[in-house]
Write a protein that binds this ligand. Structure first.
Ligand code: CA
Length: 183
């Protein structure tokens, strides 16, 4: 499996660099965005595995960013907020964030939160892999490696089958060329 990609959204360059260095040291791939606008752009074009989102950004409200991302993506979002933004933190969770870190946080805590998030992602992935996927008339039997439409087996090339599985896994999401090629 590819190393997970983390999008770090933080306008404070000192905090951003600290997170970036931590991720780099621990073998994560990452991208950074200093504003809300660039965060959404990065999220759309690179489909990260996890988003670390500072709520206090110069150009856009953090909650608004969560709403925007949630309109097309289920990517886990870990909110980073200062203590003074406690009510925002609750709003963020209600808007669809998965977890939060309060500033100042320790590097160890950040890594622990990431491990929990990846474990959750992995558990979901495992149960999906074991199951038979159905969506309307489409059925994919992962164990047998075949797909059916209205009970009729589909004759797919290996690439077509892989593409179908990838799309099924991400049903409801918009996938970019870059993401599909990478996977
Ligand atoms: Ca900030």
């Amino acid at each position: 499996m590819n190393k997970p990609l983390i999008l770090v959204v933080e306008d404070d360059s000192a905090v951003r660099n600290l997170i970036a260095t931590t991720l780099e040291t621990h073998g994560y791939r990452f991208q950074t965005a200093p504003t809300g606008e660039s965060a959404i752009l990065e999220a759309v074009s690179h489909n990260p595995d996890v988003i670390l989102l500072d709520l206090g950004l110069p150009d856009m409200d953090g909650i608004e960013i969560i709403h925007k991302i949630r309109s097309w993506s289920k990517t886990p979002i870990i909110v980073i907020s200062a203590r003074s933004e406690d009510t925002d933190k609750i709003d963020a969770l209600d808007a669809g964030a998965d977890d939060y870190l309060t500033k100042p946080f320790s590097v160890e805590e950040l890594l622990a939160r990431l491990r929990v998030t990846f474990r959750r992602l992995h558990d979901v992935g495992d149960s999906v892999q074991d199951a038979v996927y159905t969506n309307g008339d489409l059925k994919i039997d992962y164990a047998a490696g075949c797909a059916f439409m209205k009970e009729q087996e589909l004759h797919l090339t290996p690439i077509e089958y892989k593409l179908l599985c990838l799309l099924a896994k991400n049903a409801g999401k918009v996938l970019t060329h870059t993401y599909i090629t990478r996977e």
